[in-house]
Every structure is written in structure tokens, then in C-alpha cells.
Design a binder for this molecule. Sequence first.
Ligand SMILES: Cc1cc2nc3c(=O)[nH]c(=O)nc-3n(C[C@H](O)[C@H](O)[C@H](O)COP(=O)(O)OP(=O)(O)OC[C@H]3O[C@@H](n4cnc5c(N)ncnc54)[C@H](O)[C@@H]3O)c2cc1C
Length: 467
Amino acid sequence: MNLLLNDDKNFAKGTISFPATKRFDVLVAGGGLAGFAAAVSAARNGASVCLIERTQTIGGTATAGLMNLFYAPYNGLTGIGKELFERLVAKKAAIPDETVPFDIEQCTLEMFDMLQEAGVRLLLDTWVVDVIRDNADIAGVCTLNKSGFSAILACRIVDASGDGDVCAAADYAYMMGRESDQMMRPMTLLFSIGGIDVNRLVSYVQENPSQFAPDPNQCIVNMELGELRIFGFFDLVRKARENGDLDDTFHYFRIESIFADKGIGTVNTIRIYKVDGTSGDDISAAVISARKQQKQLLKFMRSYIPGLENCYLLTSAQSIGVRDSRRIVGEYKMTEDDITDQVVFTDCIGIGKNRQVLGFKGEGHSPDGGEGSEKDTVIREAIADYVEYQIPYRILIPKDSKRILVAGKIVSCDIMANKHLRNQPPCMITGEAAGAAAALSVSSGVNVGDIDIRRLQVMLGIDPTLI
Ligand SMILES: Cc1cc2nc3c(=O)[nH]c(=O)nc-3n(C[C@H](O)[C@H](O)[C@H](O)COP(=O)(O)OP(=O)(O)OC[C@H]3O[C@@H](n4cnc5c(N)ncnc54)[C@H](O)[C@@H]3O)c2cc1C
């Protein structure tokens, strides 16, 4: 099948026809942590499930993006997230601490196992490129992979694409960036290094406390558990900037998920501002800029940081990390006040628990830049504290949606609530809930907004005394 060029600018997309080869109860678009949890949950609740993922792996930002730090205390984990990390801890592939660094390859293997055990049909290397409508609503998606275009039909769809691609194609409303100017948090190409002299690095951190973020939960040196997370090196970065060895973007150096016994860690320091993760051009430009920053950082680490003199580039993320993207306008828009006021929701589908800066509503990744600079009170001064909050079901339902739910970092909330909800643990909570709700919606033959919430809560093991 070829596309016809109508004139110099347009081709005829409306006339494409291709076979609808498959039909499922629940289709999950995107196999990040949210989509993984949604697919497992829907399948365990009796639905036939297809999980469609554009890469050849599972885990999204957490694995292909190299973001191997599950940001919640291990003893506060619930549901499928708890199950996954218990499996990893049993294999010594995750550190059960206040946050949970994990081994990316082991995590990936475990997720593949759990999907197979649940009976999920996995379609990898496949993009969801559009939606298909019937007379009533959205009836499936159009996909593209090595076999070409095809149509996959489903009773319910969970959009876990991290960008709201399905919802955007279905014309559901969405928001982007902060409310005042739509500016988004910076992107980061994460990369891992090996060859860390951990003892030398730790000595430097302990001998120069003023050079590091004061928050003991952000800057962690726990040699007993073998966990290291280090934010700062303020003076060394300033000196490198003054010497022309680092450009003006850099104000601090951050390395985390250091596994002390292996001498490897993940560098989370690249910052690319004013780019949009839903623009192909912006992503390409961001990756090119990120590679330039990466070269500078490698030189900086070897020349300036005690303990990193012999470090080497182990691997780079397959995809640049996009912190902000579309957030769907849902039946309810969660706010940061809901979180800090610990609002009780009758449609609660899970409890988020993480450390965040309270008291002043800090943003650790301001779109304005200057992250880690003298003016950045979040990194330079703040001490984070635990916050525990209920997550309502309605933030998973795009406004007026009958058959589509969302999960993960795209749920309906303001930009500051997104600071919490975009973390991996809540992404798994909303994924698990969306999968169970989609299965329930199919089995009870009602729209996603009309399911029996109490039944959903029982399926999710929500403690009724909380509500
Ligand atoms: C640099 C960075 C650092 C972070 N640090 C932390 C941290 O320390 N701790 C923490 O808990 N969280 C952290 N986060 C946040 C967290 O990792 C992510 O928000 C979370 O993993 C998002 O999960 P998700 O499943 O919603 O989306 P994603 O991980 O983005 O997954 C979406 C999946 O959908 C696929 N996909 C996208 N579009 C399509 C399509 N059209 N068709 C088919 N497949 C598609 C993608 O390939 C991907 O696999 C960080 C994020 C970034 C970017």
C-alpha cells in the first residue's frame, strides 16, 4: 500500500485500509512501569490483554531511560510495585531502603516474567499511531511496526504512553507544563558510569559537607546497605565553569543509584531546557545537545572529582528522559493541596508515599533553569519530609471518556501535584488501578466512569477504613 501525495504538502491518509487482525478486552498502550502494572493487573482480573510498546523492552523511563531509583520507602510499597521489588530484593537486585535503587537488567527480566505469568499478549517494537472509532466511541488503535500498519480492536484502552498519545489522537483535552506559561521541566539523558573508587568518593563527600545538598534523604551515604546518592560538588562545578570546562547550564553534579560493591552509578546531571517531548524535532535536538553535555561531564568527572578519575562510560539511556509531557484533563484534576492537606477521596485507588519538600512548594527541576545554583533553595537548603496521599480514581478518566483510561505520569493533575504523581511508585499505583478498572468495566458492561468503585477498591486491596 502506498500513500498518495495530493499536492506538495499533503498525502492521503484518510484512504488507508488495512486488516484488523486482533481483538482484546483491554489494550494497554505503552509498556513503562504504568503500562506494565496496568497490563498485569487487567490480565489477573480476567481480561484478555494486549500490551503495545514502541521499544523492544519493558519499563520505559525506569529501564530504557536508565532511571533506576524507585522513589518511595521500601516498607511503604503496595500492590504490583511491592511484588516486583520484593522479587528483586530476594535476588539482591534492589536495595530496600528509604528509596529503592535497582538493577535495570534484573528488573527487566522480572517484568517480562510477570507479564508472561499473567498471560499478557506482548507486542513490542510497535507504535500506536492513531485511534479507530466505531459508532459509539473509540474501538481500537492503529499500529505501525515491521509488518506495516494494522488495526487492533479492544473494548477498553489504557493510555500509558507517558505522552498521552492515544488520548491526543482521540481528541481528549490535555494540559502541558506549568499553568502560568506551559513551560516544562528539563529533559535528561541519563547515563551510567563504571570504575568509581567508592571509598575515595565517600571520603570527599564526608570531608566536605558544605559542598553537598543538606537533605540527608537526597544526599545518601549508607555504606552498610551499599547505597550512595550524591548531590552537590558545588565548588568543583563552579571551578570547572570558571575554567570553561563546563557550560553555564551546570550548577551541581548529581550521581545516584551507586552500587558501592560494583563501583557503578547513574549520572543525572544533563539538563536540556525549553524542549517538548511530543515534538520529534525537539527530541532530536535535545539528544544532540545532551550528547555534547555528556562529553563535557565525562571530562569533568575524570579531571575534578576525587574517586571518579578512572571512571568510564558504561551505557547511555536508549531514550532521553522526558519529565513533563501531556497531562490529561480528567473527571477530576488533583492539586498539590490535595496532597499536602491529605484529602480523603471516596474513590481512592491507592496511597502515594514519598519524600518531598513541604512548607514551601519547591520545584526541584524548574523550567527556568539554574537547577542547583545559589538561588535554588530546594537543592541548597531544603530538607524533604514524608508525605502520604490518597489518589482518586477520577484522575484516570479523561473527561467524558467511555472506554479510555490513563495511567502513569499523564494522569489529571496540576503541575505541582505532578511533581509527586510522576514518580515511579505512584505511576505503578495508577497503572494497576487503571488495569483493574478496565477489566471491571468490560466484565460489568459499563463505561469506565460507571464502574462500581467499591468493587474496584476490593480488587485493589484498599483498606476501607481509610475512606
Ligand atoms: C530524568 C528523570 C529522572 C527521574 N527520576 C526519578 C526518580 O529518581 N525516582 C522516581 O521514582 N521517578 C523518577 N522520574 C520519574 C519517573 O521515572 C517517570 O515519570 C515514570 O517512570 C513514568 O512512567 P510511565 O510508565 O508513566 O511512562 P514512561 O516511563 O514514559 O513509559 C511510557 C512507555 O510508553 C512507550 N510509548 C510511548 N509512546 C508510545 C506509542 N505511541 N506507542 C507505543 N508505545 C509508546 C514508551 O516507549 C515507554 O516505554 C524521573 C524521570 C526522568 C525523566
